[in-house]
Design a binder for this molecule. Structure first.
Ligand SMILES: Nc1nc2c(c(=O)[nH]1)N[C@H]1C(S)=C(S)[C@@H](COP(=O)(O)OP(=O)(O)OC[C@H]3O[C@@H](n4cnc5c(=O)[nH]c(N)nc54)[C@H](O)[C@@H]3O)O[C@H]1N2
Ligand SMILES: Nc1nc2c(c(=O)[nH]1)N[C@H]1C(S)=C(S)[C@@H](COP(=O)(O)OP(=O)(O)OC[C@H]3O[C@@H](n4cnc5c(=O)[nH]c(N)nc54)[C@H](O)[C@@H]3O)O[C@H]1N2
Ligand SMILES: [Mo]
Length: 727
């Protein structure tokens, strides 16, 4: 084990940045890359694009995190040498760790693997595009699927979904189905719009912020400045998390000397519910606020629907049930309700601890209920904030990368461009994996990401992808999907990262700003821009039949022109290439209590509390990120914040270790109804609530079932039941 740090961020982050910069060709080169005017490659907090990189949406500088440096360093690597593909067989590459694969270098030439061969082999671009277009031409469109990660630009996302639909399928989806989909669905049901209801500026005026089911110290470090500011102004931060996460207790903001030296206390109250206990807990806080008569009756009756039902429900639900199902005491709930009752401007933010459950949408609705109770939506300085994952996952969704295209977009495309689009419902991400397993799909196209690595039930996902006749990846670097998620014929096309494209592209931040990334010189010869690849493929497959000029659509400016005509809220994108003027999408920030729901009111929801799973020898498992990874890409084996030197561990409360008669540092097999992992090291970790255990994603995906939230289709990555067997 390594020593657990006492504070997040700080010298460790700075030292790491300097080391990484040196390895990538020097500090100056890294500095220039980070300061270039391109949206940051990691999370979706957004940069003040107008003023270059490392500036936040309020102009604060320098704003940078370890992850953005890692992502940049990965893109600044040299090319994978041509003899790599003959040196390493698929069997050998399968033994590579995610770290090894990422560090093989940049993909610069298309490669092909066919069933029966031992290696990938290099092929020419023309050959690759011919093979893909021939397969597409000979496949029934309904037998294809198109998966998008959230790293690509709005232009590439829009163009590829358009191609897929004109080709004839709505099997178009993105990583959001494994991420914040429950937030989008829950928010839309509550306020009529699926994204943050506020701006970063509002967070800066809050006197209370709830941080629910997330670890921003590690995953959204730039948000920590705002949380530290809340405390500095005398406000409060309440954290709800089954794990006491170091960086949420104390964080050293690297750009502030006093914080760097002494650290800044973040949580004023740290509450540890059981995994899956949030719905009960949020309901409990709501019940107590109403008992204390601290709710805003005027707001509830004038601007919300469903108050009577919620009021009765809160009255009826017994306290015993709330305490038992949340795992939180009456005293703690009382303290939170008091703080909430006394605060003037309250922001609720959340991430995967809320969405990765079979009741993810209900969790989000319960957060919205709580905000509405005291009129914390529909006015400045307060509101709801789902902290987004990938840097452009929100934009990808906005411009149409969803199975069912919004009616408004569909109608405009058909009327303005005379295209015929399918009206079938289309499959979401998990449905595609299941359909492939059942032999109903034969061709897949993945724009970035790691579909294999991000899936629950990893064995099933591997089998699904293996049943495809052709699988195409557009990628920058190698990952586990490229070697485990193989179709009968697999082609990897190397693409440019956004800061090396010759043309500018756009991205959308989680506060609903659309910004231009300048692009820049390509670092290596070989990779093509995503837009160029997509338009060449479309030209080959449907060039003759579709009324669109795919050659013209190689220009990102022409794609933006099209987006501006068909995507509501994106009108201003048509001139952004010339003006470079960022804009905020209208109708998403609610500073007045008017909501785009059918009645114009915000909607309250009533929920039955789910049973708390587990008990006896069954433990509730959360699968989470370490400090040293970005999703399926593992940069470092250590999890510095949780004091772990390796990833093949299960973190358990000492009381569970004793109760289950295992020993710390003992090797065990961890089993679930879906799969098992052998040789896992038991680690004693008192920061985690008893009855709950923690393992690292993506390795733990063999244990996760395909149970998903019926409303959002998001898998319950945080709700699995596991048990241990001695080895
Ligand atoms: N460094 C880094 N940054 C990232 C990423 C990365 O991999 N690495 N990934 C990006 C992406 S795509 C995303 S979606 C975000 C993810 O950001 P997070 O959601 O912060 O990431 P997770 O590691 O999934 O962490 C979930 C947190 O929820 C807690 N938790 C687990 N189960 C529950 C529960 O039932 N209730 C509550 N209240 N809490 C629970 C865990 O203890 C943990 O602190 O980060 C983005 N930023
Ligand atoms: N058990 C468990 N499973 C989970 C989660 C969990 O918490 N627990 N989290 C879920 C979440 S929140 C998410 S978002 C998904 C992640 O799902 P994905 O988004 O599918 O996966 P990533 O690991 O982010 O994909 C990384 C790859 O993207 C490629 N890439 C990077 N930059 C670019 C680019 O500019 N263009 C292109 N074309 N490719 C690029 C690189 O090849 C890199 O290897 O995983 C989900 N799965
Ligand atoms: Mo995510």
């Amino acid at each position: 084990m390594t020593r657990k740090v006492k504070s997040g961020g700080g010298w460790h982050a700075i030292g790491y940045a300097l080391r990484k910069a040196r390895q990538s060709g020097g500090w100056w080169k890294m500095w220039k890359a980070l300061r270039s005017r391109n949206a940051c490659k990691t999370c979706a907090i957004g940069m003040g694009g107008q003023r270059g990189g490392m500036v936040n949406e309020l102009g604060s500088f320098p704003e940078v995190c370890k992850k953005s440096i890692q992502a940049m360093a990965a893109d600044m690597q040299g090319a994978i040498p041509p003899d790599f593909w003959t040196t390493y067989s698929i069997a050998q590459l399968r033994k590579f760790s995610p770290y090894d694969l990422e560090h093989c270098g940049r993909l610069t030439q298309p490669v092909l693997w066919e069933t029966g061969s031992e290696n990938f082999r290099l092929i020419e671009w023309d050959d690759a595009l011919d093979r893909i277009s021939n397969s597409l031409a000979n496949t029934s469109p309904e037998k294809s699927f198109w998966y998008f990660s959230g790293r690509s630009s709005n232009e590439a996302g829009f163009l590829l979904q358009l191609f897929a639909r004109i080709y004839g399928t709505n099997n178009v989806n993105n990583c959001s189905y494994y991420c914040h989909q429950a937030s989008g669905v829950g928010l839309t049901s509550a306020v009529g719009s699926g994204t943050a209801t506020l701006l970063l500026e509002d967070v800066e005026h809050a006197d209370l912020v709830f941080v629910i089911g997330g670890n921003p110290a590690s995953n959204h470090p730039r948000l920590m400045t705002s949380l530290a500011n809340v405390r500095r102004r005398g406000g409060q931060v309440i954290v709800l998390n089954p794990v006491r996460e170091t960086g949420l207790v104390n964080f050293s903001i690297p750009s502030r000397i006093s914080s760097l030296l002494f650290g800044t206390e973040i949580a004023s109250q740290y509450v540890r519910p059981h995994i899956g206990g949030d719905l009960a807990l949020l309901t409990g806080i709501a019940k107590r606020v109403v008992e204390q008569e601290n709710h805003d009756l005027t707001f509830l009756s004038e601007h919300c629907d469903g108050w009577k039902e919620l009021q009765l429900h809160l009255q009826d639900i017994p306290w015993d049930e709330i305490v038992e199902k949340s795992g939180v005491t009456n005293e703690e709930i009382e303290r939170m309700a008091n703080a909430y009752g006394a605060a003037k401007n309250v922001v609720f933010c959340w991430t995967m601890g809320i969405t990765h459950h079979a009741h993810g949408v209900q969790n989000v609705q319960a957060i919205a209920n709580l905000a509405m109770l005291r009129g914390m939506i529909g006015r400045p300085n307060a509101g709801l904030l789902p902290i987004r994952g990938h840097s452009n996952v929100q934009g990808i969704g906005s411009v149409g990368v969803t199975p069912k295209l919004k009616d408004a977009i569909l109608k405009k495309l058909e009327s303005e461009y005379q295209v015929q689009l399918p009206t079938t419902p289309g499959l979401d991400t998990l449905e595609c994996i299941e359909a492939a397993h059942a032999g109903k799909l034969s061709l897949g196209v993945c724009l970035g990401g790691n579909l294999y690595g991000s899936n629950p039930d990893a064995k099933f996902a591997e089998e699904s992808l293996q049943r495809l006749d052709q699988l195409v990846y557009l990628s920058t670097t190698l990952n586990t999907g490229h070697v485990h998620g193989l179709g009968r014929e697999t082609i990897i096309l190397p693409v440019l990262a956004r800061d090396e494209e010759s043309q500018a592209t756009t991205q959308e931040s989680m506060f609903n700003y659309v910004r231009l990334s300048d692009g820049g010189p390509s670092r290596l010869p070989g990779p093509k821009s995503e837009v160029e690849v997509v338009s060449s493929l479309a030209q080959r497959v449907i060039g003759d039949q579709s009324p669109l000029d795919w050659g013209r659509l190689q220009q990102t400016g022409n794609i933006r022109e099209m987006i501006s005509r068909v995507v509501p809220g994106y009108e201003a994108i048509s001139t952004i290439g010339e003006t470079k003027q960022e804009f905020q999408i209208k109708g998403r920030t609610f500073h007045t209590p008017e909501f785009p729901t059918p009645s114009g009111n915000a909607q309250l929801h009533v929920h039955q509390l789910p049973e708390l799973k587990g008990g006896e020898n069954r433990l509730r498992l959360m699968t989470v990120r370490s400090e040293g990874q970005f999703n399926t890409v593992v940069y470092e084996q250590e999890d510095h914040y949780r004091g772990q030197d390796r990833r093949d561990v299960i973190l358990m409360n000492p009381a569970d270790i004793e109760r289950l008669e295992v020993k710390a540092e003992q090797r065990v097999t961890v089993r679930s109804d879906t799969g098992s992992l052998e040789n896992i090291l038991v680690r004693s970790y008192e920061e985690i609530r008893e009855g709950n255990v923690l393992m690292y994603y993506p390795e733990s995906n063999v244990l996760i079932s395909r149970t998903a939230d019926p409303q959002s289709k998001t898998p319950a990555f945080k709700g699995e039941l596991v048990w241990l067997e001695a080895m």
